[in-house]
Each structure stands twice: as C-alpha cells, then as structure tokens.
Design a protein around this ligand. Structure first.
Ligand SMILES: C[S@@+](CC[C@H](N)C(=O)[O-])C[C@H]1O[C@@H](n2cnc3c(N)ncnc32)[C@H](O)[C@@H]1O
Length: 271
C-alpha cells in the first residue's frame, strides 16, 4: 500500500520516533522470546518472520534454533541494535525497516510468522492479520505474545491511551493494543483463516529495586509513556497525579523486587 494512502501515516511516524528508546528493555523481553519460539515449535531450516522485531530478541532466538530468520520493525534505531545483537550471537538474520500493515514480502514466503508484544501496535488489527497470514504458507504457524487487558501491562497501555490527547475529529482511532490479549478477540480476529488455535499463559518478571526505580525506567524506555509524560512538563500537578496513578497500578504487581507481567501466547495453523 503506498504510504500516502495510509490514514495512520502520522501515528506510525510518531511510533517510529517514540519506540527509539526501547533498547534497554531487551533484557526483559529476552526470556519470553525463548518461550514464544518454543511455543511456536520453530525448527531448523524453517523460514521465520518476526513482525515488529525491535532489537531482534525473538528473531535471533529463532536463528539460534537453526531457522532462516527475518525481522521487520518500524524503528531504525532498534534495527541497528538488532543487527548488532545478531553479530554478537554469530547468526545471520535479515533485518529490514517496514510496517506490520504492509509487509514487504511476497505471498506464502514463511513457514512461521511470529510477533512478541509487537504487531499489537499496528492500528488496524484486520490489516495486520491479513498481512501476517498473506506471507505465511498454508500449513504454516502464526504465533504471538500479547498483553491481556486485565493484567498490569494491558492496564498500563489503557492508562496511557486514556490520558493521551484524542485523535483529531473525524479520524479513525487506532485499535487498543491490549485487546490482543483477550482470547475471544484473538479467535475472532484470526477467524476462519486458521485452525488448531491454542493459547498458553506465562509471566515476564522484571527486576525493580523500588516502585520509583520501575517507573523511572518505564518513563525512559516505553515510548508512549515517555511521550505522555513529556506532554505534561508544563503541568506539574497533573504530572504528579499521573505518576501516582502509575505507581498505584504497578504496586499491585510489585513483589520481592520484581514486577510481574502475565502475558498470553497464541498459536494457530494457517488453512
Ligand atoms: C514493545 S516493543 C517489542 C519489540 C520486540 N518484539 C521485543 O519483544 O522486544 C514494540 C515494537 O513494535 C514496533 N512497532 C510498532 N508499530 C509497528 C508497526 N506498525 N509495524 C512494525 N513495527 C511496529 C516498535 O517499533 C517496537 O519495536
């Protein structure tokens, strides 16, 4: 799809900018990457695509399992780090800049299409699903990890969206990323294009010396949160209130110097 016809072009440009600071979070998304690759049963020799790959934690894990792995992401800064990670790990991975809603690959190119906390940020789920299934071979596996709306990370993204300025009047709002964490929504979105739909749950455990440490790290590295708080620099009262609300959300899952973030894994076979 030519970029000029994309109604979310501005939103994607803003996403590209705001996710640039995500590199340090790779330490947290590395362990669940192995869980997703195992859940998808990635095997040596398979062609695997990691959509919204960020710093390449899933892509590189798949490559280490012997797959011919490719990663795609909107954010050039993260792709730079992904290439560095692949070089350190000594694996050959093809990383390219692109949009989950317009994958630059031919139809039926991959045996497995994966996404860890990534394709959920595409504003039109139906377009992202269509693209991910288009590039997948019949009989191939689509698998992704997502944040349930009822748990901390889903609630955090709802909190961010709830305080962000509304989209300009007359424009279509982007879909809420945590809806991808609801199995009923996933079932409906994948629809009759797949069979053997399976779900599993696990938990990402993030170290946190205190709630304030956790918030400080999230403020620096989770682009949409950084952007929201930056917009309040001239409103110290509101900034203080939002930080207190954030701490109250995180306090529910702060235990023994960790923040516990349950996630949902989905796997299905393309018909
Ligand atoms: C929470 S990060 C996850 C990164 C990585 N998958 C991981 O597990 O560490 C979300 C990623 O989605 C990417 N992203 C957001 N919207 C995208 C889109 N429309 N197309 C491709 N990537 C996108 C961001 O650039 C960012 O790398």
């Amino acid at each position: 799809m030519p970029a000029t016809t994309d109604p979310f072009e501005k939103l994607k440009a803003a996403q590209r900018e705001s996710w640039s600071s995500f590199v340090p979070v790779e330490i947290m998304t590395t362990p669940p990457a192995a869980k997703l690759v195992k859940f998808a049963a990635v095997a040596a020799g398979q062609r695997v695509l990691d959509v919204a790959c960020g710093t390449g934690v899933v892509t590189i894990t798949a490559a280490r399992a012997g797959a011919k792995a490719s990663g795609l992401d909107l954010t050039p800064k993260l792709l730079e780090r992904a290439r560095e990670n692949a070089a350190i790990a000594g694996v050959d991975v093809d990383f390219i800049e692109g949009d989950a809603e317009a994958l630059p690959y031919p139809d039926v190119s991959f045996d497995v299409v994966l996404s860890q906390y990534g394709h959920i940020f595409a504003p039109r789920p139906a377009v992202a699903v269509q693209e991910m299934l288009r590039v997948l071979k019949p009989g191939g596996t689509v698998a992704f990890s997502t944040w349930p709306p009822e748990h901390f990370t889903g609630r955090m993204f709802a909190f961010i969206a709830g305080h962000a300025p509304p989209p300009p009047a007359g424009t279509e709002p982007p879909a809420a990323p945590p809806l991808w964490g609801d199995p009923n929504v996933v079932r409906e979105r994948l629809g009759s294009a797949v069979k053997d739909l399976k779900f599993a749950r696990d938990t990402l455990v993030a170290p946190a010396l205190s709630l304030a440490h956790f918030r400080a790290a999230q403020e620096k590295t989770i682009g949409p949160l950084t952007k929201l708080l930056a917009s309040l620099q001239n409103d110290p009262g509101k900034l203080k209130q939002l930080r207190a609300e954030f701490d109250a959300l995180a306090a529910d899952v702060f235990e023994e110097n960790t923040i516990r973030m349950p996630f949902l894994m989905t796997r299905a076979t393309k018909l």
